[in-house]
Write a protein that binds this ligand. Structure first.
Ligand SMILES: Cc1cc2nc3c(=O)[nH]c(=O)nc-3n(C[C@H](O)[C@H](O)[C@H](O)COP(=O)(O)OP(=O)(O)OC[C@H]3O[C@@H](n4cnc5c(N)ncnc54)[C@H](O)[C@@H]3O)c2cc1C
Length: 386
């Protein structure tokens, strides 16, 4: 007789492992199905996380997978002005981080099936039948945690639109940039419309990555050269799709939930998603464990209300950053000039008034207004930013 799992989790990244650990801890049978030969590899992440993400995971630095501590981030504009975001964080080795989370899930009692690609999902009266290259798995509840292209979100017609992203890693000697402020760099620019470029000093290597809807390789080549970096000297190329929502996805269904990238839990300004993945994964695990306790599948609707604080659940919070990342360089540079060297929470009233009295074009004023809206939005939700 085929085993019926209490929960099948599709995807063993941060979201899936976090969900499974909670369910296994509650004493229920849970299996993770992941197509990778080794959990976490290859990497598809810029590998920057804040200390608040570590708090969510419930660990403190140092950890073997933490490569470097940073003081925070900064937005660096094309005219070299900048805005700072002081929030301690870390450059991590993402494959080792994923394996750390996976081991914790396994130690709690989760069974993990690697090299197992999910290729079919069916709903039957008794629960779910999940088809894979290694045969079928049956379960009472289903969690979609297989990232931006998750088959479970596909089954529910909730697959998020995506922004392709790529990252090049260089030896530090090949990147002649100043990293003395210990901040991760984000570069918004008109040629990366909808996205931006990041430059992270990871200690033993420097990563330069970017997301853009078209001609990504060409744009990356141009950006690297502008920074004085020869893209041919890169030692590694990594990348993947980032969910790029225009409206919130539905994430709770009878006997099934979506978490992490699969549910679109990406922070709309930074596009960071590791924190959202471990957070939404944990909540998905808690909600399903409670439903199993009471055998009441409809309690899964609680998930939607519990994940409401995440910014991607609010349509306005999705729209405002999108408008910001579509501005041309003159608008971006003006925001930079007004905010230069300030912490993002400070509003430099005198500089702004001076600029306002110089009678700027209405479209620049509109840009500044959107910039302030992003600032307010970020201020209220910064805990999830990266
Ligand atoms: C280039 C890039 C840079 C990024 N940089 C950052 C950053 O610096 N900081 C940050 O916070 N976020 C960053 N993100 C976002 C972050 O990587 C994701 O939000 C995060 O990985 C989401 O975790 P997850 O568990 O939801 O999904 P994933 O990490 O994608 O894990 C999904 C798992 O599902 C498995 N899987 C997929 N399909 C199937 C299938 N059909 N069958 C079985 N298994 C399957 C995969 O093998 C994978 O192990 C970046 C993303 C990209 C693409």
């Amino acid at each position: 007789m085929q085993k019926i799992w209490d929960v099948i989790v599709v995807g063993g990244g941060p979201a899936g492992s976090s969900a499974a650990r909670v369910i296994a801890d509650a004493g229920y049978s849970v299996v993770i199905l992941d197509k990778k030969k080794r959990i976490g590899s290859p990497n598809h992440c810029g590998e920057g996380v804040s200390s608040l993400c570590l708090d969510e995971v419930g660990v403190k630095a140092p950890q073997p997978w933490i490569l470097k501590q940073v003081k925070g981030c900064k937005l660096t504009f094309p005219n070299k002005t900048e805005i700072r975001f002081t929030q301690k964080g870390y450059c991590i080795d993402r494959p080792s981080f994923d394996r750390f989370l996976s081991k914790r899930a396994r130690d709690a009692g989760t069974e993990i099936k690697i090299s197992t690609t999910v290729n079919g999902i069916q709903n039957e009266r008794s629960g779910w039948v999940v088809g894979t290259n290694r045969g079928e798995f049956r379960g009472k509840f289903l969690i979609g945690a297989a990232g931006a292209l998750c088959p479970v979100s596909g089954y529910f017609n909730q697959r998020p639109p995506i922004l392709p992203a790529v990252q090049y890693k260089f030896h530090p000697d090949d990147v002649p940039l100043d990293f003395s402020d210990d901040l991760l760099q984000f570069h918004p620019r008109e040629d990366f419309a909808g996205g931006y470029v990041w430059v992270f000093n990871r200690g033993r290597e420097i990563s330069i990555g970017g997301g853009a809807s078209s001609n990504l390789a060409e744009r990356m080549e141009r950006f690297c050269r502008r920074m004085g970096v020869d893209p041919k000297k890169r030692i590694k190329t990594e990348g993947g799709p980032i969910p790029f929502l225009r409206k919130p996805l539905r994430v709770a269904f009878p006997r099934a939930l979506l978490c992490g990238d699969s549910g679109g839990f990406i922070y709309p300004v930074t596009k960071g998603g590791v924190h959202g993945a471990v957070w939404s994964g944990r909540i998905a695990g808690e909600v399903i464990s409670k439903a199993l306790d009471g055998d009441d599948s409809y309690r899964l609707s609680n998930y939607s209300s519990r994940v409401r604080p995440y910014p991607c659940r609010d349509p306005i919070h999705l729209l405002i950053p999108q408008a910001f990342f579509k501005f041309d360089n003159p608008i971006i540079n003006t925001i930079g000039k007004i905010m230069d060297k300030k912490e993002y929470t400070e509003i430099p009233v005198a500089r702004f008034l001076r600029y306002f009295l110089s009678k700027p074009a209405p479209r620049i004023l509109w840009g500044i207004a959107v910039g302030f809206a992003v600032q307010r939005f970020y201020h209220h939700s910064a805990r999830f930013a990266w």
